[in-house]
Design a protein around this ligand. Structure first.
Ligand SMILES: Nc1ncnc2c1ncn2[C@@H]1O[C@H](COP(=O)(O)OP(=O)(O)O)[C@@H](O)[C@H]1O
Ligand SMILES: N[C@@H](CC(=O)OP(=O)(O)O)C(=O)O
Length: 575
């Protein structure tokens, strides 16, 4: 859904957003000051068909100069011919493409929907990203001559060469990248340093290899496919290596590239998840762990697709992390807001930012199980019937740091909260949950920033950073740093917060647990309870039993899941 526009002899490209109130940068490389606006006449028809019918687009620059453009003929033809449009995006995570066998199954799955014209987004095979990160860390201190012997490097090589072999493909599809990877690790060993920028380049090998293998396999079995590296087709990000944000300019750029190629020579696009290109550095960036979900929703919005599918190894978004509670059940329907809150508060199943493009584009997201495609999965949409909903899911985020901050001045001191938050702003640390009075404040620190540092094993840096926060706060307050806490988030219909809290506190009281802080976000879909780390898992199990397994009024009730005879563990007290 892109159009090439002619302007003063240039052909900058734009994609069309669905929201008529928003404007697009015409082209990130062309001029960030130039914006494109769809003429009002085009909005209605575009919403209905996913493409603007109007041929006239008004373009204005900051000084108010306007001009009219004409769409490129070839793309107009493509856009008008509905049969030619790409229709959905399907993202397959690492577990879905962990082996040759799995890749064949994914190919079958795609072929089972011949009426769809999907864009495919793939993550790295199995545990490849973790192995790349570990190999990088070991390379820093193992010495150049020992790099070839690194266990993680051997695992990566074995997995990819075996997969290529079992799929009957040529070794050359990955051998060049594997050599390059080894050279990179030797470079890291020589420098004895692994910067965040190099780390992102290092992990990018995972997605670069999985997509090349899969595209080659599809071509081999007679299904035309084309591989794309996201950083080469317009995924423009900030330069925050390991946690980059996608910039607005990405949408028109990828729409133009994917749509243009599809019109000229249709082939299923196979795109690397997780990766982007820093807008200043032009280096490879990554979108944070699990970032392929975000790649998929970004493509969905950019192309105005009908549906975004994320294929996992579970039957959808579950009522709780199955690693904590194996009998957790699939949640049939969620709103974008609920899913975003679940992801933000720690449910590993979705990337925390992945709901944003889907919500902005109003495109349904379906979470499906590639190991069990028959399962209905979870559908995530803008709205759902909340009349019977109470609790949707319980999420646990462990190893949280909590701060109790009490003003050293007496009551009536205005500006205290502002001063506290200014300190966090200065230090670039964001806050998760907050509870306040006029002179005191309890808060938890957003661990995502600290997590990424933990990943690179800079625990000492992390501790130093916390010391620094406390030092600054102690200039205006008495501060207690409380570590090893957990946030239990109750995501659901907070219109019924009294009911949820009554039930939850009864369960916690019977289990002898004292809640140390409670916070209800403005989003009104989440109540967070802070407890000690060592009590948290038991609490989640007890809460899950009480809310989902005792006939308690809940949208996820027995009627929808007949025959689920899960028993309550005997060591838990529930209502
Ligand atoms: N509420 C939840 N619902 C579903 N899965 C969850 C939830 N919380 C944690 N998980 C974990 O998330 C995993 C799926 O996410 P992820 O590993 O990122 O998938 P993929 O790599 O296939 O994209 C599941 O295997 C499960 O262990
Ligand atoms: N491979 C990356 C990106 C990703 O999204 O992976 P997955 O879809 O397997 O969670 C990671 O492990 O973080």
């Amino acid at each position: 859904m892109a159009a090439a526009l002619r302007f003063a002899g240039l052909s900058p490209c734009v994609g069309f957003r669905r929201d008529p109130s928003t404007y697009l940068p015409l082209s990130w490389s062309f001029s960030s000051k130039l914006w494109v606006e769809l003429s009002p006449r085009s909005i209605g028809t575009k919403r209905a068909r996913g493409y603007p019918r109007s041929r006239s687009l008004r373009v204005s620059c900051e000084r108010g100069v306007s001009a009219f453009f004409e769409e490129d003929e070839a793309e107009r033809q493509g856009a008008d011919g509905d049969a030619a449009q790409l229709s959905i995006v399907m993202k397959f995570g690492g577990s879905s493409v962990a082996s040759a066998e799995r890749m064949k199954e994914v190919a079958d799955l795609i072929l089972n929907f011949p009426e769809e014209r999907p864009v495919i987004v793939l993550s790295a095979m199995g545990k490849t990203t973790n192995n790349l990160l570990l190999a990088g860390e070991k390379a820093v201190c193992c010495g150049v001559s020992n790099v070839s012997e690194l266990h993680e490097l051997s695992s990566i090589k074995d997995l990819h060469l075996k997969t290529v072999d079992e799929l009957g493909l040529d070794k050359s599809i990955v051998s060049g990248l594997l050599d390059e990877l080894e050279q990179l690790l030797k470079g890291i060993a020589m420098m004895k340093e692994l910067t965040l920028r190099t780390r992102d380049y290092l992990v990018s090998f995972g997605e670069c290899m999985s997509t090349r293998i899969f595209a080659a396999y599809l071509n081999k079995i007679g299904v035309k496919a084309r591989q794309y590296d996201a950083f080469d087709i317009g995924f423009i990000t900030t330069d925050d290596f390991t946690n980059a944000d996608i910039l607005e300019a990405t949408y028109p750029a990828i729409a133009k590239r994917l749509h243009g190629d599809w019109i000229n020579n249709p082939a299923i696009p196979i795109v690397t998840g997780f990766l982007g290109k820093g807008w200043k550095s032009c280096a490879v960036t990554t979108l944070g762990r699990g970032g392929s979900d975000l790649t998929a929703t970004t493509i969905g919005k950019a192309l105005g697709l009908r549906e975004i599918q994320v294929w996992k190894d579970v039957d959808g978004v579950l009522t709780c992390d199955p690693n904590i509670y194996p009998s957790a059940r699939p949640v049939p329907h969620l709103t974008f807001e609920e899913a975003a809150e679940l992801a933000y508060f720690g449910a590993q199943v979705l990337h925390p930012l992945s709901m944003r493009p889907a919500r902005e584009g109003d495109i349904p997201v379906r979470v499906k199980n590639s190991y069990n495609p028959q399962a209905p999965g979870t559908v995530i949409t803008k709205e759902r019937d909340m009349s019977k909903a109470v609790l949707t899911s319980i999420v646990l985020k462990s190893n949280i740091t909590m701060l109790d901050i009490v003003s050293t001045r007496m009551l009536g001191q205005y500006g205290f909260l502002a001063k506290v938050f200014a300190i966090f702003e200065d230090l670039g640390i964001s806050v998760d949950c907050v509870a306040t009075s006029e002179v005191s404040i309890s808060l938890t620190l957003d661990p995502s920033k600290l997590w990424s540092r933990e990943l690179i094993q800079q625990a000492s840096t992390c501790a130093k950073e916390l010391d620094h926060v406390v030092e600054e706060l102690e200039k205006i307050a008495v501060v207690h740093l409380l570590q090893h806490r957990s946030i239990i988030s109750l995501v659901g219909n907070v219109q019924r917060s009294s009911l949820i809290l009554e039930k939850a506190f009864n369960v916690l009281r019977k289990n002898g647990v004292n809640v140390q802080m409670i916070s209800q976000g403005a989003s009104k879909v989440n109540i967070s309870l802070i407890v000690n780390d060592d009590e948290a898992k038991q609490c989640v199990k007890a809460l899950h039993s009480a809310f989902f397994e005792n006939g308690f009024l809940s949208e996820v009730g027995e009627a929808e899941f007949p025959g689920n005879g899960t028993t309550i563990p005997s060591n838990l007290a529930v209502m």
